[in-house]
Design a protein around this ligand. Structure first.
Ligand code: SAH
Length: 361
């Protein structure tokens, strides 16, 4: 190995790539599978802890490879059991991941970018702007960290890609992460237990429609007309409501599955009975369900949460029009872990303190 090339980071390799890397170095294929098991089944983050490998091999692996894992720098527990993890990446940048218990199953809310470029008007992450994409290893790394921290190696969980970032704006790494998560020799998270939420990047959505690995799909719609949506979601000026609905109708859904339409409710903006009727008409022949999310207000967000009555009235109109509807219970609001509340405070300042990956403590 040349001193100019950095050691290969095993956290970024799917199993076939890991096997190839071992083979290239003259290591037996079954060793690669053993190491893969250690990383994903046993949650080990250091070669020294891979105790069924010889000491010589462990030393050699540590010399030739790295295995980066996000580091937990803060962990907040909400009164409702939701836990927010602040994680530090190798370059010192920080992201958040959230554990949401019993909804009805256990759910991990995972980030795909540091910040977000979509700049939706009601979302705090959108206020940060985009710092960078996460790598597949960093996306999967959040899951590895949460499984270990919560002692969930033997517990089933779902994943929602609804943390920081727009997953379809980081398409390749997100899809690679889904393949790595699905590996039956590793975490074995079936794509059926993963939901990808997007604001509607249509070219990437068309690509997703062709994928062999198909997560559940959620579309952040938030308004039934371009006039309203254009105000809330800047991307709507490029891909409008009609185009999104048309793409959803073409999307190859498995039997019995449906697309979730997320709808953040903002008082006086998109919560009128007329909006509900327009939404019902829009979704009339889409295999869909609507998830109403009453706004999680925050300082700097120029909108208000509607009253419970306004939310009920909206939901009732949808239901009367045969639209399946649920109201998302807000979880973790007291620790700012709720939807749209993920922001790494002081991110910019901290980054400027970080010198070539050596993080300040
Ligand atoms: N970028 C993707 C995934 C992340 S956001 C997307 O837009 O779908 C996950 C959900 O939280 C989205 O539906 C988003 O619109 C919603 N959300 C953002 N800010 C919110 C807020 N302040 N209150 C409630 N929901 C919010």
């Amino acid at each position: 190995m040349s001193v100019l090339t950095s050691p290969l980071n095993l956290a970024e390799l799917d199993r076939p790539a890991l096997e190839a890397a071992f083979e290239q170095r003259g290591l037996e294929g079954f060793r690669a599978r053993q190491v893969f098991h250690w990383i994903y089944r046993h949650g080990v983050t250091a070669f020294g802890d891979m105790t069924d490998l010889s000491q010589t091999l462990r030393t050699r692996l540590a010399a030739e490879f790295t295995l980066t894992t996000p580091r937990v720098v803060a962990r907040d527990r909400s009164s409702d059991g939701t836990e927010k993890f602040l994680l530090r990446l190798e370059d010192g940048r920080q992201i958040e991941s959230v554990f949401i218990p019993d909804t009805p199953s256990q759910t991990f809310c995972i980030s795909t970018q540091v910040g977000c470029a979509m700049a939706c008007g009601f979302c705090l992450t959108g206020k940060m702007g985009l710092t960078r994409n996460l790598t597949a290893g960093e996306i999967v790394g959040q899951v590895r960290v949460l499984v270990e921290a919560l002692d969930m190696r033997r517990t089933r969980f779902n994943i929602v890609l609804m943390g920081m970032g727009e997953p379809l704006h980081n398409y390749d790494e997100t899809m690679k992460a889904l393949r790595m998560l699905a590996d039956e020799h590793g975490l074995a998270v079936s794509p059926r237990r993963v939901t990808l939420s997007t604001v509607g990047l249509l070219p990437a959505l068309e690509r997703l429609a062709q994928e062999p690995i198909m997560p559940n799909l959620a579309i952040s719609l938030h308004a039934p007309t371009d006039a309203i949506r254009g105000e809330l979601v800047p991307l709507n000026r490029k891909y409008g409501v009609a185009d999104i609905i048309a793409a959803c109708k073409r999307f190859p859904l498995k039997r019995r599955s449906r697309i979730t339409f997320e709808y953040v409710m903002l008082a006086g903006v998109n919560d009128s009975p007329e909006d509900a009727r327009r939404l019902a008409r829009l979704l009339a022949d889409v295999r869909s369900k609507v998830n109403l999310i009453p706004l999680n207000a925050a300082p700097g967000i120029p909108y208000e949460r509607p009253s419970d009555q306004a939310v009920d009235r909206f939901a009732t109109i949808l239901a009367d029009h045969h639209v399946t509807v649920s109201v998302r219970k807000s979880r973790g609001r007291d620790i700012r872990a709720a939807c749209g509340q993920l922001i790494v405070e002081g991110e910019r300042r901290e980054n400027s303190d970080v010198v070539s990956g050596i993080s300040p403590t």
